[in-house]
Design a protein around this ligand. Sequence first.
Ligand code: ADP
Ligand code: MG
Length: 388
Amino acid sequence: MKEKLYSAFIGKYGDGGDIRMYFAPGRVNLIGEHTDYNGGHVFPCALTLGTYGVARKRQDSKLRFYSMNFESIGIVESDLNDLVPDKKAGWTNYPKGVLWAFKERGYQMDCGMDVLIYGDIPNGSGLSSSASLEVLTGVMLKDLYGFEVSLPDIALIGQYSENNFNGCNCGIMDQFASAMGKKDHAIFLDTNTLEYEYAPVKLEDAKIVITNSKVKHSLVDSAYNDRRNECERALKELKEVTDIQALGDLTEEEFEKYKEAIKDDVCRRRAKHAVYENQRTIHAEAALKAGNVEQFGKYMNESHVSLRDDYEVSCEEIDVLVELAWKIPGVIGSRITGGGFGGCTVSIVKNEAVDTFIEEVQKGYQEKCHKKAEIYVVDIGDGAHRLS
Ligand code: ADP
Ligand code: MG
């Protein structure tokens, strides 16, 4: 892989100078969905799939970007002194946004750079290729320009750029997982305080299996913003009756006690999901730590039901995939993962059931939805780092 990327870089930009290579992973969230902007917990892990970047500083202030995943676009040029979002800049708005956010924080880049990107993570399917591209850019800038910046800060800068430069109001989970991932561990992150703990994922006789529905419904962005607004309304009403900062501050019992303060039924259901999902994530992490993978799987299934019925971010294709998985003996748990309205499911599947899973899920999905699902048996990898 490294050789292939080096020669691609040299082919595009020419040889010589200090050429460096970086990697930032995508992520899958095991449980704790739509809790990261509600001050709750999430439990993602970094994948060994992700985004690679090769970079070299330039003498002038030019920025040149090329992605092997978007070959037909060719090299996209920009300039350090012209960091504004621009539709025509396409995918390069992600790295440009990160450069802009570093500048906003007072970091000075004395020259531009040439960058080549390659990703082996499917784009737009909820495994956070965009966050991996942002974190990759952050790690690249830190190393190339010698900036003093921590990995959690790189995650925050990535989120800031996605929020303010790319117009997507995402929480901190994706960037944090990409920056802070650890091989064979999931990250138990309190999104309110950014306190975190690594939990070993020891699945001796099981695998993490991701199923890509290959659908992305157009609702995604608007529905995401609607959910955020509904949760904010619920929180505002709850604050009139109890002293909380975020929905994640409530236990299930407290929610039941105060829930009538939320007047609108839809907002109440959204808040219920945020509260219960946060508590479920806390219990699920404890179950995994205690070695009770079966119980962890039950929480994953409950999470799906809550996302389907109360938060309403699933869709027909995803429900078909999850229900097919639930029927297969040896499936410990299965749920929607990521923002919703398409994208991927995550399942924990016993080793001996993986082949059956792939066969049955693909067959059933083809029959019911007339589409071909892509299935990846994944490993948990390290967070973003320099490769060479
Ligand atoms: P997700 O983050 O779930 O994969 P998004 O829609 O948020 O989906 O981000 C996908 C976008 O990120 C792509 O359309 C592209 O603009 C950018 N992107 C991701 N990976 C790459 C890559 N390898 N090369 C260029 N752009 C990429
Ligand atoms: Mg994204």
